[in-house]
Design a binder for this molecule. Structure first.
Ligand code: DGL
Length: 309
């Protein structure tokens, strides 16, 4: 009998829902627990120390909810805190940066990759390192012309321009992704990337897919938008299969009562949502994105989260 895994996913706010959406659409036999740290959003200008502490609290909470895999659905935390969280917790974790960098390497046509992200993610240089790491690990562009010219040393593949976009997250959290204000700010942020001639633009913050229609309108068809969430789901599928394989090897040791306990939970819920801030606003903004509506959101408070109802 197949075990229905519980995936724990966290972000500073609604951004992780863009990753959750891909998981819900592609993986049908998993359950997902979401935590949005909306009382402490934005994470984009936090120190590494704070991000590690927030990450520890989120992971501990999600494990307490039964999570067996953690998706760090926040680029800022992935870029700064993830290596430390991996050392501190004995649970598989998938972040955004390596999958996103790999996808950009595979999809670029000119080898000129751009990044929009929070200031902390940009400062960390995690995506430049991620692109180099993806190439070193054998990822190559799908485009045959670029692949050949890169392999012959004639053309580089690199992150050529990274732009911090601090005003995007507050706008998105306030439900203003499709506003004239967002459009105006996006034009300013995108101009240097357009000037640098990027042909593939990584959305290096999980909030930004909320802005995709606005970004596409400004960039036109010449720039391919790279959403790391797609690559994260691919990696998650591989990881779940590996876990399934390990389970199958151990299945003889599993008792009947263990199996029926797993099945008893199957029909109970598909997704659960928790936030540290205002559940109503989260539900309202989240429902503009997800096809499966968010019916209820529960509030949890950690140490210094300021919002209490
Ligand atoms: N959505 C997060 C990220 O991917 C955090 C953004 C923020 O809170 O500033 O970076």
């Amino acid at each position: 009998m197949r075990k229905q895994r519980i995936i724990g996913l966290f972000d500073s706010g609604v951004g992780g829902l863009t990753v959750m959406k891909e998981i819900l659409e592609q993986l049908f036999d998993v359950r997902i627990v979401y935590f949005g740290d909306t009382a402490r959003v934005p994470y984009g200008n936090r120190s590494q120390e704070e991000l590690v502490r927030f990450g520890e609290e989120s992971v501990t909470f999600l494990i307490g909810q039964g999570a067996e895999v953690i998706v760090v659905a926040c680029n800022t935390s992935s870029a700064t805190a993830l290596p430390i969280l991996r050392e501190r917790f004995n649970i598989p974790m998938i972040g955004m940066v390596d999958p996103g960098a790999r996808l950009a390497v595979e999809k670029t046509i000119a080898g000129r990759i751009g990044l929009i992200a929070t200031e902390t993610t940009v400062r960390s240089k995690a995506y430049s390192t991620g692109v180099s790491r993806a190439l070193a690990r054998g990822s190559v562009p799908e485009n045959a012309v670029l692949r050949e010219s890169w392999q012959q040393g004639e053309q580089a593949i690199a992150l050529v321009k990274a732009q911090g976009c601090p005003l995007f997250v507050p706008l998105i959290e306030a439900g203003l992704a499709n506003s004239a204000e967002a459009r105006g700010i996006a034009k300013t942020y995108l101009a240097p990337l357009q000037a640098a001639g990027v042909d593939a633009l990584i959305l290096g913050c999980t909030h930004y897919p909320f802005l995709e229609p606005v970004l596409k309108e400004i960039l036109g068809e010449d720039v391919l938008i790279i959403d790391p969430a797609l690559a994260v789901v691919e990696e998650l599928k591989v990881l779940l299969q590996e876990m399934e394989g390990r389970d199958a090897a151990n299945s003889e040791r599993r008792s009947r009562s263990e199996i029926s306990a797993v099945n008893a939970g199957k029909s109970q819920w598909r997704a659960r949502y928790f936030v540290s801030g205002d559940p109503g606003l989260f539900r309202q903004v989240g429902n503009t994105l997800l096809h499966e509506p968010i019916e209820s959101v529960e509030q949890v408070c950690f140490g210094d989260t300021p919002f209490h109802t």
